[in-house]
Design a protein around this ligand. Structure first.
Ligand code: ADP
Ligand code: MG
Length: 398
């Protein structure tokens, strides 16, 4: 689960991190009062969407030379003007895809006098199985280019969960970020704070880009992007409250209501599979035969007919889906339950695209019988390979 920058900053502030003063704004008439709460004379109006690259982003509705999604403003009037121009419009950034995202919230923040822009993030480094800091002196809006062209300017430092951030770790991070004087002691305080927030709140990513050294020599968290591990959310009701469903994929929201492991993708073949491993293999083999999956979906081991019906409805409701592949290896999951679910869903919502079904395992004969007697126009497949070939052929031939 992701949250907005202003929410992430409030959270990090609670842990003691240095962030600027700021006020979130949901309607244009709130902008003036919000700006007047800040010291000025420099303000920043920041689009709040769950995507990065806002500074260099472009609004669809505005001319190409209009300013981006993060705007420095020199007066309260300018804040109000920028708010009116940005709120409600669609921001397209490198991370939103061409459709962009509607900006429904803004964050009005105290402007900082920036000396240097640094990069800092914490993530789970799977190669060593530990949380790791990733830092670079080359922070700001071009960090992707740094990673590609000069990766030696990026330091990755894994942290031992037994000890947390040690003084030696902090020193290495300070050295890599070339921090001196007050900025260095700010860093020594900040790194353990960020690590604590990361681990206590079960984050999967905490990215501060940029972390800045201000002209007065102090450090400040200027941008914050935070993702949480969905499997740990039950431990954090305070975090769940920050969820903004308008930022999420409707199909994924519906799936989460039914406790389905579903991830929307860009392809055109809808997949319904049991077991995450089989679901991954199914996506791979669809790609192998030259097509793209529209989703990842694991209906799980103990799925009921209702759950399968819900899953099938989510797949068919996706306008990008031009064919569906049901691939079930019945272990704990019984093939007849899947068959019932598919038949029930098709009766309710109809079937406008080719459907290939491959069933194997527990109660396979019962499952096949249910499908055969349903009168549905189903293409039966013998195995995974056969199923993938058939659905790709059906979609490409259509
Ligand atoms: P994004 O990463 O989505 O483009 P950022 O929050 O990183 O958005 O903002 C982009 C750039 O705008 C920053 O790299 C920084 O140069 C500038 N900026 C952002 N917030 C402030 C601020 N409070 N004061 C001064 N400059 C800012
Ligand atoms: Mg940024």
């Amino acid at each position: 689960m992701n949250i907005h920058e202003y929410q992430a900053k409030a959270l990090l502030k609670d842990f003691g991190a240095p962030v600027a003063e700021g006020v979130p704004v949901f309607a244009a008439d709130e902008a003036e009062a919000a700006a007047k709460k800040l010291p000025g004379p420099l303000y920043v109006v920041k689009s709040q969407i769950h995507a990065g690259g806002r500074g260099k982003g472009k609004f669809k509705e505005l001319s190409a030379d209009a300013k981006g999604g993060v705007r420095l403003s020199g007066s309260v009037e300018e804040v109000v003007g920028n708010t009116k121009e940005m709120l409600g419009n669609t921001l397209v950034t490198k991370q939103t895809g061409p459709a962009g995202k509607q900006v429904n919230r803004l964050y009005i923040e105290d402007g900082a006098d920036i000396d240097r822009e640094l990069y800092l993030s914490i993530l789970v480094d799977r190669t060593v199985g530990r949380p790791a800091f990733v830092v670079s002196t080359e922070g700001g809006m071009d960090i992707e280019a740094v990673a590609e062209e000069t990766p030696e300017k990026i330091l990755t430092l894994a942290i031992d969960p037994e000890t947390g951030v040690t003084a030696a770790d902090s020193a290495k991070l300070c050295d890599a970020l070339e921090l001196q004087g007050e900025a260095r002691s700010d860093g020594e305080t900040l790194f353990p704070i960020l690590y604590k927030a990361f681990t206590e709140k079960d984050m999967s990513l905490l990215e501060v880009n940029p972390l800045i050294v201000m002209e007065n020599g102090r450090l400040r968290v200027l941008d914050a992007k935070v993702s949480f591990d969905g499997n740990a959310l039950f431990r954090h009701p305070d975090i769940v409250e920050l969820r903004d469903v308008t930022e999420e994929d409707e199909k994924e929201i519906e799936a989460s209501k039914h406790d389905l492991a579903y991830v929307a993708l860009d392809g055109n073949i809808g997949c319904m599979v049991n077991g995450a491993g089989l679901a991954m293999a199914t996506m791979d083999i669809i790609k192998l035969y030259g097509a793209e999956p529209a989703n990842f979906l694991d209906v799980g081991g103990g799925a009921t007919t209702e759950k399968v019906t819900a899953a099938f409805k989510i797949i068919t409701a996706d306008p990008a889906v031009e064919g569906i592949l049901v691939n079930i290896f019945g272990g704990i999951m019984r093939c007849d339950v899947i068959a019932e679910g598919v038949v029930t869903a098709v009766k309710e919502v109809g079937l406008k695209v080719p459907l290939v079904v491959r069933l194997e395992g527990t109660n396979v004969e019962k499952g096949k019988k249910i499908i055969n007697e349903s009168g549905l126009n189903v293409i039966a497949a013998d195995d995974l390979d056969d199923a993938a070939k058939k659905i790709v052929k059906a979609v490409k031939g259509a």
